[in-house]
Design a protein around this ligand. Structure first.
Ligand code: EPU
Length: 340
């Protein structure tokens, strides 16, 4: 376990915002968390930061940041059609996806290139191109900071929702490892119908082929690359806002004025792409000072270099207010704001 005082977090958030934390602790295994528990760390302010891909630091963090560094991958079980794989929280999700695809394990390929640690995947129920963490997570191993014990949550205990889980509203748990249930060739259940994924795969794509997984991974990476900024070049947290889920009647009324408005069915409700509304409100490509609205995807706020968290936050407030004024719909951040 390594530990640093007054630690700079700029390289630990994909927005690239400078902020200090009082203490930064890299932990490996549950024994480290037990030791920290015995030392009383969890009685002071603390939080876990993996890749920091969903955080906006508006102030320094007056507390301890825990950062998982263990990256072990263990094949727990192999059946005729599936495998069960345990992955430590510190592994970068995309590294695990690359490994899965190389082994022919299916289920996570659509999540390629999401900047996120394995530990954050179930907390945020990350999703892209028709797949969410909830579709592949079988079990989550967590440290309960209230009593110092290890607990396991099965998929159905995790209360997964759209970018949401039980753990988001119960931040007393630290994810130590995640068990993923993945499929084996030729039993893959490919998800190809989201947006332009099928088009990106091209006419020669063969679902039954043994290389289908790596072709999907490549296509997802290409589509993401064409729409989303690479955090190592332009700071961002991917989508800044969630897509609002509204009553059917709201969509019906809006369609009168905006007959081409895209929307998706979510049970009885309807989801409207916030990126479309922000775009329609004229924000796409907007830039002021160090911050802006990404020119290729209006849902993404960016730090062109040198921005503070408050600059990004003030832009977010203006964007949300203008969407509310134009469409009467509230959009709320997916990103978590850290402030004192
Ligand atoms: N759209 C516009 N203008 C824009 C952006 C989008 O008109 O500037 C329209 C698109 O044409 C499309 C619709 O809005 O009709 C949806 O756009 P897109 O498919 O790009 O997806 P999204 O809803 O904006 C969500 C996720 C992304 C994920 C993509 C693909 C959320 C908040 N975001 O974006 O996740 O990669 O779908 O599955 O659900 C993230 O969470 O950080 C993230 C990048």
């Amino acid at each position: 376990m390594r530990e640093f005082k007054q630690y700079q977090l700029k390289a630990h958030n994909t927005f690239g915002i400078p902020a200090l934390c009082d203490r930064f602790v890299e932990f490996e295994a549950e024994a480290d968390l037990e030791k920290l528990y015995q030392d009383g760390l969890f009685r002071q302010p603390w939080m876990v930061v993996g890749c920091g891909a969903n955080l906006l630091f508006c102030d320094d963090y007056k507390g301890t940041i825990l950062h998982p560094v263990s990256r072990q991958v263990t094949l727990l079980e192999e059946k005729e059609r599936t495998v069960l794989v345990r992955v430590d929280a510190g592994m970068v999700l995309d590294d695990f996806i690359a490994l899965s695809v190389s082994k022919g394990w299916g289920g996570v390929e659509n999540l390629s290139a999401i900047p996120c640690g394995v530990g954050a995947a179930p907390v945020q129920n990350v999703g892209a191109y028709g797949v969410e963490a909830k579709d592949v997570v079988e079990r989550v191993h967590l440290f309960n900071t209230k009593d110092g014990s290890m607990v396991e949550f099965l998929n159905e205990d995790c209360a997964f929702g759209y970018r949401d889980s039980y753990f988001k509203s119960h931040p007393d748990y630290v994810v130590v490892a995640v068990d993923f249930r993945l499929t084996k060739y030729p039993f893959h259940q490919l998800r190809l119908d989201y947006g332009n994924l099928r088009a990106a795969l091209g006419d020669s794509f063969d679902e039954k082929s043994e290389v289908a997984l790596s072709q999907i991974r490549d296509a997802v990476c290409r589509v993401r690359d064409s729409k989303l900024p690479n955090p190592s070049v332009i700071g961002s947290a991917g989508s800044f806002f969630k897509n609002p889920v509204v009553d059917r009647s709201v969509v019906e009324k809006l369609l009168v004025d905006y007959p081409n408005m895209p929307f998706y069915e979510v049970g009885d409700k309807r989801k409207i792409p916030a990126g479309w509304m922000i775009d329609q409100a004229g924000w796409k490509g907007f830039r002021e000072g160090n911050v802006g609205v990404y020119e290729k995807q209006a849902l993404v706020l960016v730090n062109y270099g040198g921005a503070t968290g408050m600059e990004v936050w003030n832009l977010a407030l203006r964007v949300a207010a203008s969407v509310k004024e134009k469409f009467g719909v509230e959009i709320s951040p997916e990103v978590i704001r850290i402030h004192s």
